[in-house]
Design a protein around this ligand. Structure first.
Ligand SMILES: Nc1ncnc2c1ncn2[C@@H]1O[C@H](COP(=O)(O)OP(=O)(O)OP(=O)(O)O)[C@@H](O)[C@H]1O
Ligand SMILES: [Mg+2]
Length: 390
């Protein structure tokens, strides 16, 4: 029976380990999402080890010791915060990985070069040494500045007026996530394509429609699936082209695209599951349990996808303002209207873009799911509108 080392789980993912046809050791990364109470994880996994996420050498040493006494067949991780550990472990132990192959994770600039070489729609970009580089690159046109190693929309700044280039530069530098990348600003609605790859065979699971706070920071404020667009096939094709261009062969991916007038353009490829509970929206709208699916894929037992549901699901995040977080995370519990289709309201204040929580809805079609989520958000007392991130 295959021995899988799963790096970094959150409760819903770890609970899918129960009943898997394989042996899974879970390596939890202390201080990362998933919670510090390891008790439930110990029940769900065959074995449990943990290490501080900010000490990569220790993480690799622990995995290598485990591999020496109980050989591993594969190492996998499905969250952004796990990817560098998965890569390091796979390379050190010489084992298969998910995502695979375990190349160095490229930054956004390197990814852009690979995408263009692989035939994706080219998007102009430049790694900049200072605001003057940005001025030259922009030449009066709108640009997006972002950190080369960014995630979670941290440090993203859209410059639509050249007089704000210095401000944008400071914003990106403050995020401290690698070099500053300038990109031409793509215009159009945003989508993501959720995929699953097994030994180089790519399957599209869903095209998701995405809502952001808009310029300048484009923080994600919600998602709905299935996407309400006739451009699904071209979005899917561009996403798969992107996976091939990056050499991605195994594991789930979350490919972000903007549908421009010239066609779909990739924003970035994430070689992992989509965040923001996209896996839960997928289950509600299609019946596909993607958490279990990707674990089975990693164990070498890929199932045929079973779409037993034909419905829609939406998530909206509710954001607070600076005043609400002035004395630490707001603790006041609140409730939302019991609108039809509301699956969950969760109060979960975090300093990450000052999110207060989320509402999750389920409906027969995406417009109804979005409407229900908006109604639920609007019933929050004294909150900024759902799409506002200050
Ligand atoms: N070239 C571009 N043109 C237009 N909008 C862009 C461009 N690049 C990024 N954006 C906007 O900024 C958002 C964040 O960019 P990107 O996905 O590259 O950063 P990130 O930090 O990885 O974000 P996240 O983890 O939230 O997906 C995008 O979802 C999109 O809304
Ligand atoms: Mg992104």
């Amino acid at each position: 029976m295959n021995h899988l080392l799963l790096v970094g789980a959150w409760p819903e993912l770890a609970s899918r380990l129960v009943g898997l046809p394989g042996r899974v050791t879970l390596l939890q990364l202390d201080g990362m999402p998933g919670g510090s109470d390891l008790t439930p994880y110990a029940r769900w996994a065959a074995d449990l080890i943990h290490a501080p996420w900010d000490q990569p050498a220790k993480v690799v040493k622990l995995a290598a010791e485990l591999h020496a006494r109980d050989p591993l067949d594969v190492v996998a991780g499905y969250g952004e915060f796990t990817l560098s550990a998965v890569t390091a472990i796979a390379q050190h132990c010489g084992i298969r990985s998910v995502p695979g192959p375990a190349d160095q994770r490229p930054g956004k600039a390197a990814q852009r070069a690979m995408l263009a070489a692989g035939g994706c729609m080219p998007v102009r970009c430049l790694v900049c040494d200072g605001p003057d580089d940005v001025r030259r690159f922009a030449a009066g046109r709108p640009v997006i500045l972002k950190p080369d190693l960014g995630n979670g929309s941290l440090g993203v700044f859209a410059v639509t007026d050249a007089c704000r280039i210095d401000e944008g530069w400071r914003w990106v530098r403050a995020a401290g996530l690698g070099a500053v990348l300038a990109e031409e600003m793509l215009a159009g609605p945003e989508f993501s394509v959720e995929t699953r790859s097994v030994e180089g065979r790519h399957e599209v699971l869903m095209v998701t429609e995405k809502f952001t706070s808009g310029p300048p920071h484009f923080v994600e404020v919600g998602h709905v699936m299935p996407a309400r667009t006739a451009a699904g096939p071209s979005l899917e094709d561009e996403a798969v082209r992107a996976l091939i261009a990056l050499g991605h062969a195994d594991g789930p991916a979350h490919v972000e695209l903007i549908l421009t007038e010239a066609g779909p353009a990739v924003v970035e490829v994430n070689r992992r599951l989509g965040g923001d509970r996209i896996w839960e929206l997928l289950q509600l709208s299609t019946g596909i349990d993607v958490l279990r699916l990707v674990l089975l894929d990693a164990l070498g037992k890929p199932p045929v996808v079973d779409r037993s549901v034909d419905a829609a699901a939406a998530i909206r995040f509710v954001h607070g303002d600076a005043a609400m977080f002035a004395d630490g995370p707001p603790v006041q519990p609140t409730s939302v209207a019991a609108v039809p289709g509301l699956v969950r309201f969760r109060w979960e204040p975090t300093t990450y873009h000052r999110r207060l929580g989320h509402v999750l809805t389920h409906a027969a079609d995406p417009s109804r799911a979005v409407h229900a989520a908006e109604q639920a958000c609007a019933s929050f007392p004294d909150r900024p509108p759902a799409g506002t991130v200050t």
